[in-house]
Design a protein around this ligand. Structure first.
Ligand SMILES: Nc1ncnc2c1ncn2[C@@H]1O[C@H](COP(=O)(O)OP(=O)(O)O)[C@@H](O)[C@H]1O
Ligand SMILES: [Mg+2]
Length: 232
């Protein structure tokens, strides 16, 4: 089988020194290239903690993680940052766009970080991404001039700015009404189908989970079910 885009083995995560809270209690997870998977589970079950570890934003207390075949355990902060930039895109519940920048400038931020300000192809690439999420005409709008759904579209375009093979999305539709949530979900699905980008999407909405190809359920820091299914 081809190398998975993400391979997590035996991961534990605890917080605290005096009072130790064990949040992840032995998680194994393998995500293949091009997968479109939902991560569900009750509030407090450890979904965000897990996503932070998968996103190289936090380190496990124990266990190993490889992203796109690269083992992360021995990497220092600079190595993690480089790997993160090359392989991962992020979408959060709140878009985290920079308010002083336009939509296209927000999309270009990861490109600037990786390639420097003068990279030639940057503007056309960012324009293409914005057009793909349906915002080709709003490139110069600031986040405050966009609706919640449009802001989230910009965030998705930004997540794909460096052609990451995997996007991690933590409740990306949690703050949106049902219709807008459906549209945002569809934007992610299109990137998945057309570009083969893998997605792992935390959602509370069972309806949206059913529209994925796979549902992983986390309860009390453990994966209690993991099923591939036909997307509705
Ligand atoms: N930095 C932290 N310090 C201490 N406890 C934390 C920290 N982050 C998360 N937790 C605890 O870990 C548990 C799981 O949190 P979280 O991963 O946010 O769950 P979910 O995203 O599934 O709602 C919660 O009990 C939370 O209080
Ligand atoms: Mg959470």
């Amino acid at each position: 089988m081809a190398e998975p885009v993400l391979l997590l083995q035996g991961v534990f995560k605890s917080f605290g020194d005096k009072v130790v809270t064990e949040v992840l209690k032995g998680v194994d997870l393998r995500i293949e290239r091009g997968e479109f998977a939902a991560l569900v589970g009750p509030s407090g079950s450890g979904k965000s903690t897990l996503l932070n570890i998968l996103g190289l934003l936090d380190r496990p207390t124990k266990g190993t993680l490889a992203i796109a075949g690269e083992e992360t355990t021995a990497l220092g902060d600079a190595g993690l940052t480089r790997l993160r930039g090359r392989t991962l895109g992020f979408v959060f519940q709140f878009h985290h766009l920079l308010p002083g920048l336009t939509a296209i400038e927000n999309v270009m931020m990861p490109m600037i970080a990786a390639e420097g300000r003068t990279a030639k192809a940057m503007v056309p690439r960012a324009h293409k991404l914005l057009a793909r999420v349906g915002l080709g005409e709003r490139a110069d709008a600031r986040p405050s001039e966009l609706s919640g759904g449009q802001q989230q579209r910009v965030a998705i375009a930004r997540a794909l700015a460096l052609e990451a093979p995997l996007v991690l999305a933590d409740e990306p539709t949690g703050n949106l009404d049902t219709k807008t949530a459906d549209q945002i979900f569809e934007v992610m699905r299109e990137f998945n189908r057309e570009l083969g980008v893998a997605f792992l999407i935390v959602t509370h909405d069972p309806r949206l989970a059913l529209r994925c190809d796979r549902t992983i359920e986390l309860v009390d820091g453990r994966v209690v079910s993991d099923q591939r299914h036909a997307a509705t």
